[in-house]
Design a binder for this molecule. Structure first.
Ligand SMILES: [Zn+2]
Ligand SMILES: [Zn+2]
Ligand SMILES: [Zn+2]
Ligand SMILES: [Zn+2]
Ligand SMILES: [Zn+2]
Length: 566
């Protein structure tokens, strides 16, 4: 299915190809199907053959479409835009660009058609139809702000600041602490002007000889207020008024809206003072493709339509002729292609398959399940043989081996098995170019998995599975080795586990050889990779490893508890 064998086959064909197209197509089908199945081409017989040359008419159109894109924004024109005076001039100039491009287009299309019109694979590009012109634009000054970008502040009307409302523009407020007297009552003398202190004097009574205490008041002038009873107001320092906190004595408050600028940004032009308007002419090409197949055979018409573009159809054509015609804005090309189509009915067993070869190389786009038809009888036999077997207890028959051997003799079945269970059946079917349909892929995958699995497990059960009992021998050995010490006992236990696993591996190798000899004694296909791919090797080795470990540990535990060494 790769390119190489395909071209090899084509080579061989031309070397000694029969003259009859039907016989040639049958040979080609045989070349493709034979390697997939164990059946040679004698199982394919030609019942009917016909050769036609189908005319396909293809029309390609390429229409150039102009579009005027508009853009606008604040400020001056962007770089690369050619400036015009105003909106009217822009409309005029833009219209002139479009008219000139249209006139040029008709001439360019005509010239292109003369040069490339007869080549169906050539397509006109935008560069072939249109020369990009510079975009045009004009600038409009902002009337709202007289192109300054600024407006008088809506809050202060340009005054920048307001008279302070707290102090009414005085910058100061009456002092509340001294009620505008500039003085407060002296705190030291409480307004008395003098300070009175309690004092005591001690003297000895001459008669009694005792010490007596005499209390008296001492009056001193107040040093704080100099006997006036009043001190300077600490709040206003005697000035009778305090600075206004709101304006901090400035008498005015700055306008918060314009931050003292007196102006604000013009919203109409975002402060740019102007707006620009630009237009740009662009060209694009709209493409259409249409086919008309001149045949009464709907299947041929549908197959050719499904080829998609003109390339796919021309690949099959033996000859083609194209003519192109240009009008004002459209180039239309008509290509008439002649496609040889060979149709044969192939008898496969009791059925028939209608196969078509397209083009001079007779490309078979769909092999119509023809290989699966050949393989069906083998698969039926494997299903019947599989029904006579069981997984538990493992039981197989010679008939299963014989049926499996036939199934694996066909390369397609091996390829399906090797693709694995997770492979997409539709994808695998596509790789077989329709020679094997998706439902056969699913069926064969499941049948080989089941059949080879049963054969493998049954062969294991008949011999190698017995090695799993090997750990039982650990019991007598363990008893004989009493006194050799705990370390020696553990080493012996591990040796038993490893030996059991090793024998399981050897058993697997022998079984695979046995199956190879039974199913494909000539050596093809190789059974080992298929068994690996189906996961049987991993399943057996994991089982053997787990059983060897667990059984060894159980036996060791039983020996210890039944025959305590102490
Ligand atoms: Zn403005
Ligand atoms: Zn303001
Ligand atoms: Zn103030
Ligand atoms: Zn005082
Ligand atoms: Zn005061």
């Amino acid at each position: 299915m790769t390119a190489l064998p395909e071209s090899d086959a084509a080579h061989r064909e031309t070397a000694n190809a029969p003259g009859d197209p039907g016989a040639r197509l049958l040979l080609r089908v045989g070349d493709f199907v034979e390697p997939l199945t164990r059946f040679d081409r004698s199982h394919l017989s030609m019942a009917e053959s016909r050769h036609d040359v189908i005319s396909v008419m293809m029309r390609q159109t390429y229409r150039a479409v102009f579009e005027v894109g508009r853009s606008e924004g604040f400020g001056a024109l962007p770089e690369g835009v050619a400036e015009v005076a105003d909106a009217a001039a822009l409309a005029r100039e833009s219209e002139a660009q479009l008219a000139a491009s249209r006139t040029a287009l008709a001439a360019k299309l005509t010239a292109w058609a003369a040069e490339h019109g007869e080549d169906p694979l050539a397509k006109p590009t935008v560069a072939d139809c249109f020369v990009q012109l510079p975009p045009l634009g004009f600038v409009d000054l902002c009337k709202t702000c007289n192109a300054t970008g600024l407006l008088i502040c809506s809050n202060c009307k340009g005054a920048k600041e307001f008279t302070c409302e707290t102090c009414n523009g005085r910058g100061a407020l009456d002092c509340q602490t001294c009620e505008m007297t500039g003085e407060i009552t002296c705190n030291t003398c409480k307004g008395m002007g003098t300070v009175i202190t309690q004092k005591e004097k001690k003297h000895r009574n001459q008669v009694t000889g005792q010490t007596q205490v005499e209390h008296y008041q001492d009056s001193q002038p107040c040093a704080m207020c100099g006997q006036s009873g009043k001190v300077k107001c600490p709040m206003c320092s005697g000035y009778k008024e305090v600075t206004c906190r709101t304006c901090e004595g400035r008498k005015m408050i700055v306008c918060a809206h314009c931050e003292g600028m007196g102006t604000e940004k013009c919203a109409a032009c975002d402060g740019h003072g102007k707006r620009h308007y630009a237009v740009s002419l662009t060209c694009s090409i709209r493409e259409t493709f249409d086919t008309t197949t001149r045949t009464s055979d709907a299947e041929i018409a549908a197959t050719l339509k499904a080829r998609g573009g003109i390339e796919g159809i021309l690949q099959l054509a033996s000859s083609h002729r194209a003519t192109a015609e240009a009008n004002n804005d459209t180039l239309a090309r008509d290509t008439m292609a002649s496609i040889p189509v060979t149709s044969i009915a192939i008898g496969v067993g009791e059925g028939t398959a209608a196969i078509r070869g397209y083009g001079e190389r007779q490309d078979v786009l769909d092999y119509r399940n023809i290989a699966a038809m050949l393989l069906k009888a083998d698969m039926d036999r494997l299903d019947v043989a599989g029904a006579g077997t069981t997984l538990f207890p493992p039981k197989v028959t010679d008939e299963l081996h014989a049926a499996l051997s036939d199934v694996l003799a066909s390369e397609a079945n091996v390829a399906i098995a090797m693709a694995g269970a997770k492979a997409d059946a539709d994808e695998t079917a596509r790789e077989f170019r329709g020679a094997i349909a998706a439902d056969y892929v699913k069926r064969a995958g499941a049948a080989v998995r089941k059949g080879l699995g049963r054969a493998y497990w049954a062969a294991l059960a008949r011999g190698p599975a017995a090695v799993l009992a090997l750990p039982l021998l650990f019991a007598p050995v363990d008893l004989l080795m009493r006194g050799a010490g705990g370390g020696a006992r553990i080493a012996m236990l591990i040796a038993f586990m490893v030996a059991t696993f090793g024998v399981a591996v050897i058993g697997h190798v022998l079984i695979v050889r046995k199956l190879q000899a039974k199913l494909a004694p000539a050596g093809s296909p190789r059974i080992r990779p298929i068994i690996d791919r189906l996961g049987l090797t991993a399943a057996w080795l994991i089982t053997a490893g787990a059983v060897a470990t667990m059984l060894s540990l159980i036996v060791a535990g039983l020996v210890s508890s039944l025959f305590p060494s102490g």
